[in-house]
Write a protein that binds this ligand. Structure first.
Ligand code: ATP
Length: 204
């Protein structure tokens, strides 16, 4: 809390499944932005990608509870799943915005580079401070980030600030591929998530 303003973090994603890269990102986000509260919000239908019809949002919500639920001052929210349909970040920001709140929106590099293609980007920039984390160390991307930030600054009056963090080279795609190969998920997802995937027979 700074000057009576609550610092609220928002971390949305498909989380199919949540992995250790997500968990680490959430921890660093919380610490570095000095958040009072962090919302983890699994999407209903992500606007930017196809997900398997069998990939029930309730499973993703349950796995988010297992991955993030024990972190203090973290709320795993079903608001986008309950809202249903395509999940637009701008709607989520509108639902969480309030006068005594400052909203921070976390994303990975891939999302940072496409933020101007989301629905109502100028509203997104108005309602929150977007921040990003590198999830790879490809030097080519550094140049793309700089170019995007200068475009964002002139179009929306803000840049997407970087949260420095050692990147964790894991993706949900890689996790699903591992499951399909029948291999162990050690070092990729929290233990409870691995146990849930096995019990429910997901991604086989
Ligand atoms: P998929 O492999 O299915 O595309 P994903 O691993 O990118 O999934 P998402 O649920 O789509 O996972 O990601 C949610 C958010 O977390 C996005 O903003 C994404 O950029 C970010 N993110 C994903 N993996 C990492 C990682 N290893 N480090 C930092 N951020 C990440």
């Amino acid at each position: 809390m700074i000057n009576g303003i609550m610092r609220i973090g928002i971390y949305g994603g498909t989380f199919a499944p949540p992995h250790l890269g997500h968990v680490r990102a959430a921890e660093e986000f919380f610490k570095q932005m000095e958040l009072d509260l962090l919302y983890i919000i699994p999407t209903a239908v992500p606007p930017h990608k196809q997900i398997d019809a069998a990939d029930d949002p309730r499973h993703r919500l349950a796995m988010c509870e297992l991955a993030f639920g024990s972190m203090p001052r973290v709320i795993v929210s079903d608001m986008e799943i309950v809202r249903g349909g395509k999940s637009y970040t701008v709607d989520t920001l509108r639902a969480l915005a309030a006068q005594d709140r400052c909203l921070f929106l976390l994303m990975g590099t891939d999302m940072m580079l496409t933020l101007d293609q989301w629905r109502e980007p100028e509203e997104i920039f108005r309602l929150c401070y977007p921040v990003y984390m590198r999830r790879e160390n490809d030097p080519v991307i550094e140049g793309q980030i700089i170019a995007k930030n200068s475009a964002y600054l002139s179009k929306y009056g803000k840049i997407v600030r970087r949260i420095p963090m050692e990147f964790v080279d894991v993706s949900s795609t890689a996790v699903r591929e591992r499951v399909a190969m029948g291999r162990s998920l050690t070092d990729m997802v929290p233990e409870a998530v691995a146990a849930y995937i096995e019990k429910e027979g997901l991604y086989v």
